[in-house]
Design a protein around this ligand. Sequence first.
Ligand SMILES: [Zn+2]
Length: 202
Amino acid sequence: MPSFLADLMLLRLGRWLRMMGQDAANADEGSADRELLKKAREEMRTLITRDRRLAGECRAAGVECILIKSSRIEEQLEEMAELGITLGLDPHRCTLCNGPLQKIECKERATWQCESCGKLYWKGSHWKKMEKMLGEIRDNIDKSNIDKSNIDKSNIDKSNIDKSNIDKSNIDKSNIDKSNIDDLHLNNKKQQPRWQQDRQQC
Ligand SMILES: [Zn+2]
């Protein structure tokens, strides 16, 4: 996975990405577009933005960029999942400063500490709430994939019906052909076909 740089409109998404173990830096407060591009390029990060114009500038400057469409965090996470981000909590990054977390010895509970700012993390009620929300988003994605596959299946069924109609029409056509042959046989009995008459005349 690449490392990310969340622009100022997507700081919350950046925090969630860090909770899921991604290296996601925040844009510095008040930074102009060109400073964002510079930081993304220097630190080889993929810029995440909702600003279509900024995304265009990124592409023009050869900086990797993800244009997020939704303003809702659940849908933003879904968009990231579509790009291959695993939606599950994974304590490797400090949600405040993006510093690496170190697991520390603690008898009472699993605990991690940020190597940069010292903040402590453990699996409390907040953790459970976040896991629940990620689980719900994963379920939604699964559901929409099933719906999508049902639509695909229904198209296949429809195409089978169409095919069967074509087959049927071929049978009908073949019956018509057969009935033409019958006509021909009938004609044969009555009189010689015209081409035979012509040949005889030559
Ligand atoms: Zn930290």
